[in-house]
Structures are given as structure tokens and as C-alpha cells.
Design a protein around this ligand. Structure first.
Ligand code: SF4
Ligand code: ZN
Length: 419
């Protein structure tokens, strides 16, 4: 027997109205910060006998033992069992934690996996909000929203430092396995792509086409996630786009893709090419992790991530570039994309691939270096390609950038003009 859960048993209000709530440092009781201490969120599929429905276990001290303003460990593990449960669904549930926890009054959540950050306000703590209440929310929402596949659900909240560290190792192995699964998939070896129209609530004509080698521009929807989202809800935001009617595989054009964007953008969009930034590029909503834009002096592109506060050689910051890129319209020369797309063999494939990248913030470069270097090695036989890419410590001046690229022998200098 399945019980549909509707109410959430917590001492503060629970509503979408709290989703954008900001909790300032001075107002917070404590903070879980995955960039400093061991924090994580994880969904695991288990056997039915391993899960006790609605069990909520807290391992470690409760919130009243934390010093005001402190940074604490916090791991949240949701174990689920169900005949129709499939481990491909795990990241889809996990991604919803962000929305689930943000709806709690006085709780702010950002990030995912082991890079989460959660703040609990002093008022919410004073109202009696404790560790088990995170469990209540996660139980109620996962069970309520995914009842077609989840028969039983239990939640473990870990605040004990040693146990959180231990659990982070376990979680990282699981995250790595998921990423590896995706790595073995290419756009060529699947039969279908997926749409995602989750962002149409605020960007009505925007459609992401999600492929194995091009994840959604928010960075949060991989091809496997889109596939799982479709399996969980056949009439939902992710619809199958059969890979048929190839027009040009180099630029990434298929008749079926065009049909899908036309249909799901309600006619606002006619043609999209998946691998080009110049010719009918994919549109952007507003939640891109990165933007790339053409840099006319070098014939290359600059990539900037949302976290980067400074200037780029285009004379624009991230937010200035974002204002030219968003809104669900096609803007050749500018494109929003996910971080993982940077190392993809499909990144600007039509224009020569990753060899077009001439500048990135240092922090972003470090994040993507390993995979990007492997891609450049495979495509062009270049070693340590990221050493040829400038960053803010080199210059944000276009002329100095060109000089730097010349000194490094950057491959972009041998490519055809972009315009
Ligand atoms: Fe879906 Fe794209 Fe929005 Fe991400 S950015 S949620 S993939 S529509
Ligand atoms: Zn979006």
C-alpha cells in the first residue's frame, strides 16, 4: 500500500514563496558549506528490505549544539526502494533537493552533490527547526512526487564530522560512476535526443535540446537525466527527439530537431544547429552556467562562468554578456552553455571545435583542464592545451591577448575567420 504524502511536518512554513529567499550571514544560525567542510546530498536505490519507510535517522549532534554562525558538516542521504525504481532516476531526485529545501521558510540552498551550501536562519532555528526536519521534507517530497516509482523511502542526516567525511567518499564514488556512464555515450551512438522545456515558465520560447555530448545549458540536465525525466513523466518537460532526417551532421542539424524546437517553442523558433555558435545556435533562457562569445581580434571565443565577477577581453562582464544572450532568442556569436560542454568534442564543432577557445577565467580553466586537455589531445594532438588559453591573470585586453596567443602558438590562429 502506498501512502501519498501531502503535508510536511515541520515547525515553519513551507511554500514556493520562499524559493528565492536570501539569508544573510548575520541572520543565519549556521551554515553547511561543501566548499569548506564535508557536505553532500545523495539518493541511493536499495532493496526493499533495506529501507524502512519514513525512518528518519540523525547521526551526530543536532542543530542546538552548533555555535551561532558556524560552518558545519551536513550529509543528507535518501534511500529509496521500489519495483519500478531505476538508479538512473537518482540524480533526477537529487536535483530536486534544491527546490524542496528552498521552499522551507528560513532555509537557503544552493549547489548540488558535495558542493552544496545550506543556511538556516536564526528565526527558523528558534521556531524549533532541527536536523530531522530536513528528513521530513525530503521524505514527503520524494515520496509525494515520485510515488510511481518509490514505494519506500528513508532519510539519514549526518552531522557527525567523521561520518560525513566517510560518507563523502562513498558519495564521490557514486557520482564518478554516474559521470563515467555518461562519458561512454556519444551523440553518434544514441538513437534519440531529448527536449527540455523546464525553463519555459520564465523563458516561454526556450527549448534546450539535450544530447549525450551537450548537456542542458544550466549544467544540471544531462542526457541521462533527460531520459530519466521522460521515463518518470511521459508528458513532462523532456520529450524524445528521434535522431532522424539528418541535414548536416557536422553543424548538428536534423529535421527532427527542427520539428521539435518548432513544436515546443510554439513556432517561435524554426531551425537550430546543435554544434554551431554562428549558424542558428541554440537559444538561451537565463540560467546558463557559462557564456561564450566571439572575440573578433583572435577569431576565437571567450568563455566566462557565472561566478566570475571581473571583465573579459570583450570589454564585458558575465552579466553584460548575459543580457545579450538570454531571453530565448537566437544570438549568433553568443551562446549560453553548461560547464561540461566546454570539453565536449561537439563544442563549436562546426567552427573547428575547442581550438576556438582563447580566454577563460583561471578558476574555470582549472575546473575543466583535465577533460579539455584530453579533448584537444584527441582532436588536434596538442598537449596541455589549457596553457595556451589566456585568463584574467594574463590579460583582459584584446591586443595583449592576441600577442599571448601568438607566443603560445595557439591553434586558433590557423583557423578560418569566424565572420
Ligand atoms: Fe532544462 Fe535547459 Fe532549463 Fe536546464 S536550462 S532546466 S536543460 S530548459
Ligand atoms: Zn533556464
Amino acid at each position: 500500500i502506498k501512502i501519498k504524502v501531502t503535508n510536511v511536518d515541520i515547525p515553519v512554513a513551507y511554500s514556493n514563496a520562499f524559493e528565492g529567499e536570501i539569508i544573510r550571514r548575520g541572520d543565519m544560525q549556521f551554515e553547511a558549506d561543501g566548499s569548506r567542510v564535508d557536505c553532500l546530498e545523495l539518493v541511493r536505490t536499495r532493496e526493499a528490505h533495506e529501507v524502512e519507510d519514513h525512518k528518519i535517522e540523525v547521526i551526530g549532534p543536532d542543530f542546538d549544539s552548533f555555535e551561532v554562525g558556524s560552518k558545519v558538516q551536513l550529509a543528507m542521504i535518501v534511500d529509496v526502494a521500489g519495483r519500478k525504481m531505476n538508479s538512473d532516476f537518482e540524480p533526477v531526485f537529487e536535483r530536486k533537493f534544491h527546490a524542496y529545501l528552498n521552499c522551507i521558510e528560513g532555509v537557503m540552498h544552493t549547489g548540488q552533490r558535495d558542493m552544496i551550501r545550506i543556511r538556516v536562519s536564526k528565526d527558523t532555528f528558534a521556531a524549533g527547526f532541527r536536523a530531522k526536519h530536513f528528513g521530513e521534507v525530503l521524505y514527503a517530497k520524494v515520496k509525494g512526487e515520485f510515488d510511481t516509482v518509490v514505494d519506500k523511502c528513508q532519510v539519514t542526516i549526518i552531522t557527525d564530522p567523521a561520518a560525513a567525511t566517510e560518507m563523502r567518499k562513498v558519495a564521490n564514488e557514486i557520482y564518478d560512476k554516474r559521470d563515467e556512464r555518461l562519458l561512454s555515450l556519444t551523440d553518434e551512438n544514441v538513437k534519440e535526443f531529448y527536449t527540455c522545456i523546464m525553463c519555459q515558465s520564465f523563458s516561454p520560447s526556450h527549448v534546450c535540446i539535450v544530447t549525450p555530448e551537450r548537456l542542458g545549458l544550466c549544467g544540471a540536465v544531462s542526457w541521462l537525466d533527460a531520459k530519466a525525466t521522460h521515463e518518470l513523466d511521459e508528458t513532462g518537460p523532456c520529450q524524445i527527439v528521434p535522431k532522424t532526417g539528418v541535414i548536416d551532421e557536422n553543424i548538428g542539424k536534423w529535421e527532427s530537431v527542427n520539428d521539435a524546437v518548432r513544436k515546443y517553442s510554439q513556432g517561435a523558433l524554426e531551425i537550430v544547429s546543435l554544434y554551431s555558435i554562428m549558424e542558428d545556435p541554440m537559444t538561451s533562457c537565463g540560467c546558463f552556467e557559462c557564456i561564450c562569445g566571439i572575440e573578433p581580434f583572435s577569431n576565437g571565443v571567450v568563455i566566462v562562468n557565472r561566478e566570475h565577477p571581473g571583465m573579459t577581453p570583450l570589454g564585458m562582464s558575465f552579466s553584460e554578456m548575459a543580457s545579450m544572450t538570454g531571453g530565448g532568442v537566437q544570438t549568433p556569436g553568443f551562446m549560453g552553455h553548461g560547464k561540461h560542454f566546454i570539453a565536449s568534442k561537439k563544442f563549436m564543432k562546426a567552427e573547428g571545435g575547442v581550438a576556438r577557445i582563447v580566454w577563460m577565467p583561471k578558476a574555470l580553466k582549472e575546473q575543466v583542464a583535465e577533460k579539455l586537455n584530453a579533448t584537444a589531445q584527441e582532436l588536434y594532438g596538442i598537449e596541455n592545451f589549457t596553457d595556451m588559453i589566456a585568463d584574467e591573470t594574463v590579460t583582459d585586453d584584446p591586443e595583449k591577448l592576441l600577442e599571448f596567443l601568438g607566443e603560445k602558438g595557439h591553434p586558433v590562429l590557423g583557423l578560418d575567420p569566424l565572420m
